[in-house]
Design a protein around this ligand. Structure first.
Ligand SMILES: [Zn+2]
Length: 400
């Protein structure tokens, strides 16, 4: 007999998941637990892919469009245990809240999505795929690979990052951009033999500041921002003129901003400031990159660019979804439609792959990544009830 998709079982599953730590790149034990739960619930095609994402399917009754539900398997570090009111990996329920690292980001919502999928088996108008992915907290390599590897082809994606019951339709993205100035290293006592990349630093920082003036703005998402956050030199020694200086820029981007466009804008801002390049110096701009390894051993070098996205708030399916969900305190009123303040894997699904994407999940965003992380038990229960209605609204609207 498959496990009953009741709220009590979902809550026990969420609490159990909190007891299994799983930093980005070390989600193996969490993935195993999620896979076992999907099997116990009777989902079909339950599998773990090459990068370690866990996927299960609830077959629908007809040929309605496929909806993909998505949360992530990783959590951020818990920090000093002594600073927590409730131990971070206890999964305790206290004062009406489920507590601990991941309670709202994102193991509570993950349990809700997984159980809602089980409840929709043989009932939904189309297939419902639930896929929980790795490395979301470090840019979303799991989601990127899940979508690139194809085969799923969903008409809609629903992201389970906290919305406190609202329907979220987008967010800004984030890029880490670098300005690398090259010179010629030398002993600080003989500057004439060297070319000091730090000579260009003032111009570079001024050029980055100039970028701020021309940042595009969106009526829903607000403005993009670009700010220098770090300067590094190589070699790092107080009596050596370095041969390289690297300035990092944290850039919050709008959905139309591609890596190429960012680099073009930065290059022209710098060119405007750096009229004559001192001899021996050169500079280049690039997107930062990092090599990542998943718990399954999959390795990939990844550009530090997480795209933004934005759905039209007037889109009929979004309007239908908001009506289907309703407000917890006023069910006859449609859910609020708004953007998130933080980035999610929706940037990959909608921003890069163009798959219509919305967010819906219990949880108050301000508890995310804090040592007070928690999620209200009754809100979890409410969200579990609302999820099938949301999926139904999306499947019955024209896709896209
Ligand atoms: Zn999250």
């Amino acid at each position: 007999m498959p496990r009953e998709p009741t709220f009590e079982n979902a809550l026990a599953f969420a609490a159990d998941l909190i007891r299994i730590p799983g930093l980005p790149g070390a989600e193996g034990a969490v993935a195993e637990r999620v896979r076992d739960e999907m099997r116990a619930l009777g989902l079909e095609d339950v599998r773990v892919d090459d990068v370690g994402n866990v996927i299960g399917v609830a077959r629908g009754t007809g040929n309605g469009p496929t909806v993909l539900l998505n949360c992530h398997l990783d959590v951020v570090a818990e920090g000093d245990h002594a600073e927590w009111e409730v131990p971070p990996f206890s999964g305790q329920i206290r004062d009406g809240y489920l507590h601990g690292r991941g309670a709202m980001d994102i193991k509570g919502p993950l349990a809700v999505q997984t159980y809602a999928t089980a409840a929709m088996m043989g009932r939904a108008a189309g297939d419902v795929v639930v896929a929980h992915t790795v490395l979301e907290e470090q840019g979303g390599l799991g989601m990127k690979i899940l979508l690139e590897s194809g085969g799923l082809d969903p008409a809609w994606v629903v992201i389970g990052e906290a919305t406190h019951g609202d329907v979220c339709i987008g967010h800004r993205g984030r890029a880490e951009v670098e300005v690398l100035v090259r010179g010629v290293a030398g002993h600080a006592s003989e500057p004439s033999r060297a070319a000091n990349p730090l000579d260009l630093l003032g111009h570079v920082l001024a050029g980055v500041r100039d970028l701020e003036v021309g940042q595009p703005s969106d009526p829903v998402l607000g403005r993009g921002t670009a700010i220098a956050t770090m300067v590094e030199v190589v070699p790092e020694s107080r009596n050596v003129i370095p041969d390289r200086a690297l300035v990092t820029v944290d850039w919050r981007v709008l959905p139309d901003d591609t890596p190429l466009r960012l680099l073009t804008r930065l290059r022209s801002a710098l060119d405007a400031r750096i009229k004559d390049l001192p001899e021996g110096l050169s500079y280049e701009v690039r997107i930062a990159s990092v090599s990542q390894r998943t718990y399954t051993g999959f390795e990939r070098s990844r550009e530090m660019f997480s795209p933004g996205f934005l759905m039209d708030p007037e889109h009929p399916a979004i309007q239908a979804a908001a009506r289907a969900v309703g407000r917890r305190d006023a069910p006859e009123q449609p859910a609020r439609i708004r953007p998130w303040r933080f980035a999610t894997d929706g940037g990959w699904s909608c921003g890069v792959h163009g798959i219509p994407t919305v967010g819906f999940a219990p949880g108050e965003e301000h508890y995310a990544h804090t040592n007070r992380e928690r999620i209200e038990v009754e809100e979890l229960r409410w969200a579990l009830e609302r999820y099938p209605l949301l999926v139904d609204a999306l499947q019955r609207s024209r896709a896209g």
